[in-house]
Design a protein around this ligand. Structure first.
Ligand SMILES: [Zn+2]
Length: 317
């Protein structure tokens, strides 16, 4: 019988019960990780709709947005209910947005992918299971998922999401740097640097051209990324987020598709904070939210950190 060992603080070997190893590697556990993500994906849908609108995520119960009928628990089971109801409200048959299904499945993918990365892979390679790392990176991924959609819908990156998650990242780095792989000083420097980068650029644009080219929400998002991913993750997120954003946005704009909801007044009214729309701002005269592209790049880094670092080192010689 193989006796898998794992180390605490990289020094002290600790034996892991082989029955625990077998259970964590079982198909049931892997499917369970996916289902766990589906449930949180379902909650992410609630957060995406309610938090930017200042509503509680607990009360009232979820209701159909067309007829107002409360949604029973058996009609609120991730993925299954959507498929059984064929994407329609049980009472009024109004179609439910495919968005709900997409966000649930992305939540499932996030929890599954981090389970494979932080629990299954180390066990196969003879290390210990990173249960804490799995849960924390899943939290990070879900926050990125929520931010992507609130920014696309409403141009909002909710403080209630980014600030607590950034604080968790900094707290974990201080408590045990090995969990996220970032030491506390780097985490703080990267978090402050991420926020400072956006705040600085925003100030320059406001001063020189009188337009708000960037929102402070993007800065808080980068603070969260810095806290979890450190300096190299921050660098990747800004660089890859900008490049991928242009690569995706320009073709969409060329074929006349809107990238995001551009009816700002509908949501923000005449909020002076947002500044005026400027035909010279954004990409080809259309404002593009930066948050979703930063979020996608940050998720890439969290999932593919080793390959990305290898590539960056190779590029830098
Ligand atoms: Zn209905």
């Amino acid at each position: 019988m193989i006796d898998p060992m794992f180390t605490i603080d990289g020094v002290t070997p600790v034996a892991v019960d082989p029955r625990l190893v077998a259970a964590l590697l079982s198909p049931a556990a892997i499917v369970g990780a996916f289902v766990w993500g589906l449930l949180w994906g379902s909650f992410a849908n609630v957060v995406i709709w309610r938090v930017p609108r200042g509503m509680s995520v607990v009360h009232p119960r979820s209701a159909c947005t067309s007829c107002g009928a409360p949604i029973a628990w058996y009609d609120n089971i991730p993925v299954l209910s959507y498929l059984l109801l064929r994407g329609r409200c049980r009472r009024c048959r109004a179609p439910l947005s495919l968005r709900y299904l997409t966000v649930e499945l992305l939540g499932g993918f996030i929890a599954f992918a981090f389970y494979m990365l932080h629990v299954v892979r180390p066990l196969i390679e003879g290390g210990g299971p990173g249960i804490a790392a799995w849960l924390l990176w899943t939290l990070f991924g879900l926050a990125l998922l929520i931010i992507t959609y609130t920014d696309l819908d409403l141009w909002v990156i909710p403080n209630a999401v980014v600030l607590p998650v950034a604080a968790v990242g900094l707290g974990v780095a201080a408590f045990d740097p090995s969990i996220l792989g970032v030491d506390p000083i780097e985490a703080v420097v990267a978090a402050v640097g991420g926020y400072g980068l956006i705040a600085g650029l925003r100030w320059v644009y406001l001063k020189r051209r009188g337009i708000e080219a960037l929102g402070l929400g993007d800065g808080k998002l980068l603070a969260m990324v810095g806290a979890f991913c450190g300096a190299s993750g921050l660098f990747w997120t800004v660089a890859a987020g900008s490049i991928q954003g242009l690569l995706l946005a320009v073709p969409l704009l060329l074929v006349g598709r809107r990238v995001a909801n551009t009816e700002l007044k509908e949501v923000h009214g005449d909020d002076p904070e947002l500044g005026d729309e400027d035909p010279n701002a954004g990409v080809m005269g259309v404002r593009i939210p930066f948050g979703p592209f930063l979020a996608i790049a940050a998720l890439e880094y969290a999932l593919l950190r080793e390959s990305i670092l290898d590539g960056l080192y190779w590029l830098l010689g």
